[in-house]
Design a protein. Structure first.
Length: 553
């Protein structure tokens, strides 16, 4: 191979490897997420923001502006329907790839292509941030990070056209999420640092997105609940410290995942202290920081302190959905701190090997996050399938807010009337009755519980003995009897001798999710089952004394 061919191959290798890493990441994320369904906050979009209007587009979600995510959700809903999250997942993955590409460009300008490749790969396979990687709702964070960093890159290039592009990108970042605010702050710092060479005429680049946010806040954003308090402000340094150390743990695959949060280890704090000591030592030897450090440091501080000021239970700094942004800013800061450091081939090779190892380990929490979403998907599809089966009689205001009924705390936004209307317009993400029959047991069990509350089933126990009607069956032994029931009224007369119990199931197999309290001996119980959209029979298990009678009809 000629020398110039080897040189060209070496020059192009980082770009080729970046493309390969992006293709692998996209394949993994699409494979992991394609069978999932909508989760938690996504239901707020589907239930309350299906039609374009000023309110649906501009009302805050928590404290965030979400105009672009809502537009994407509405477009996906009207074009592809509500059957699958795959269209929105494709958008999320595209935004994540774009953010990693912008990070590569940013780091390459400071450290060269090989360190840029390592940092981009760490971001692409950041498994502890599984909520951001697999949950399409988080496109707000991904889009804000992509457009915000692209805006800073454009601002680094001199020229009026670049400034206008930077301004437009920063506005888009704001419209994706309030995460755009830290990037606007970074733009302010960048313009002020460059004022001696370029003047302050470029200040509009940051002023316009900030004015856009201010106008939105004055019109709509101020209606969101505000969590700002003296306790949050006083506790903000500790919150920021935890956020930085948790992000460092995640970037280096040192944390472990527990539900929606990453377990905190002592490594992150120890490493951060060691890194701060190294930075201080470097300043003693060669004082001065690169100018590019201050904008991204200001952006990182803005993000973490704003999060700290608005913290409530569920918004801990080590929550999975905050780790992507935390690591994103850490990598930008690291690229500036390392600027000017000469890395030889051995150092680059070691960094590359560590990157592969860390990325591999970080696939473990990504898989665990996928497992969590799969569990929620089973429960969600079972619950929603039950609402569709009970469509004839369910109250429009029936909700899945109770975890005792729904089996999960993440479906509080679902109200039967609004959901069924959405299904008629855009299709269903739920299990059909046929799919419920073969679904995992957790989904079948929850379907029975939701059906009992949505139809609803009615049971009156302990009634005085009365006349029998319909077809009756006498139980001749003191053992559990199992009977199939059609819709209508079933009357149960318990024999004398001991109390009894009624248990019901329909789609569940291994258990009876519905059970009555103890029914006194010698009394009558009436069970009413409304007719619904499924022909599958209910199964009654009766534990009663000999001489009990069940009358169906």
């Amino acid at each position: 191979m000629a020398a110039h061919d080897r040189e060209r191959l070496s020059r192009n290798a980082p770009f080729v490897l970046l493309a390969v890493a992006m293709a692998i990441a996209a394949a993994v994320l699409l494979s992991y997420g394609s069978d999932l369904t909508f989760f938690q906050d996504s239901w707020e979009y589907l239930m309350n923001r299906r039609d374009p209007s000023a309110a649906t587009l501009l009302d805050p979600h928590n404290e965030h502006i979400v105009l672009i995510p809502v537009l994407i959700s509405q477009l996906s809903l009207h074009v592809f329907g509500m059957d699958s999250i795959l269209p929105e997942l494709v958008v999320l993955v595209a935004l994540l790839l774009g953010a990693a590409g912008c990070l590569f460009v940013y780091v390459r300008r400071r450290l060269g292509p090989w360190p840029a490749l390592s940092m981009a790969v760490l971001l692409l396979f950041l498994g502890p941030a599984w909520q951001d990687l697999l949950w399409p709702f988080q496109m707000g964070f991904a889009g804000a990070a992509l457009c915000g960093l692209a805006g800073l890159l454009a601002l680094e290039d001199e020229g009026a056209a670049r400034d206008r592009l930077a301004c437009a990108l920063l506005v888009l970042s704001i419209l994706f999420s309030s995460l755009g605010l830290p990037f606007a702050v970074a733009a302010v710092v960048e313009v002020l640092l460059a004022r001696r060479q370029l003047g302050l005429r470029r200040l509009y680049v940051a002023a316009v997105p900030l004015l856009v946010y201010g106008a939105w806040y004055a019109g709509w954003g101020h209606t969101a609940p505000n969590q700002l308090s003296a306790d949050n402000v006083l506790g903000s340094p500790g919150y920021v410290w935890e956020g930085v150390t948790a992000s460092l743990d995640s970037a280096l695959a040192l944390g472990t995942i527990f539900g929606e949060v990453v377990g905190r280890s002592q490594w992150g704090a120890s490493l951060l202290i060691a890194l701060l000591v190294l930075v201080a030592y470097g300043q003693l030897r060669r004082p001065g920081f690169p100018r590019g450090l201050w904008p991204v440091l200001a952006a990182a501080a803005t993000f973490w302190f704003l999060a700290a000021f608005n913290t409530i239970p569920g918004r801990e700094p080590y929550s999975s959905r905050y780790l992507y942004v935390g690591v994103f800013f850490l990598l930008l800061v690291a690229a500036n701190l390392l600027q000017g450091v000469r890395l030889n081939r051995w150092a680059l090779a070691t960094a590359a090997a560590l990157t592969v190892v860390v990325a591999g380990f970080n696939l473990v929490p990504l898989r665990e996050g996928k497992d969590f979403f799969e569990e929620q998907t089973i429960l969600t599809r079972g619950d929603l399938g039950a609402i569709e089966i009970a469509e004839r009689t369910v109250e429009p205001t029936f909700t899945l807010a109770s975890p005792e009924v729904a089996g999960t705390v993440f479906l509080g936004e679902v109200e039967a009337g609004e959901y069924l209307q959405a299904v008629r317009e855009h299709g269903s993400p739920a299990y059909s009755p046929a799919e419920l029959a073969t679904a995992p047991e957790a989904g079948r069990r929850q379907a029975d519980l939701v059906l009992a509350n949505a139809l609803p089933l009615a049971i009156e126990t302990g009634l005085p003995a009365g006349p029998s009607a319909g077809r009756c069956l006498d139980l001749g032994a003191e053992e559990a009897g199992e009977l199939s029931l059609q819709p209508g009224v079933t009357t149960i007369h318990l024999g004398a001798g001991r109390s009894g119990a009624v248990r019901l199931r329909r789609f569940a197999r291994g258990e009876y999710p519905l059970a009555s309290e103890d029914i006194p001996a010698g009394t009558t119980t009436r069970l009413y089952i409304p007719r619904d959209r499924s022909s599958r029979q209910w199964v009654l298990q009766l534990e009663a004394a000999a001489g009990s009678t069940v009358c169906r009809g």
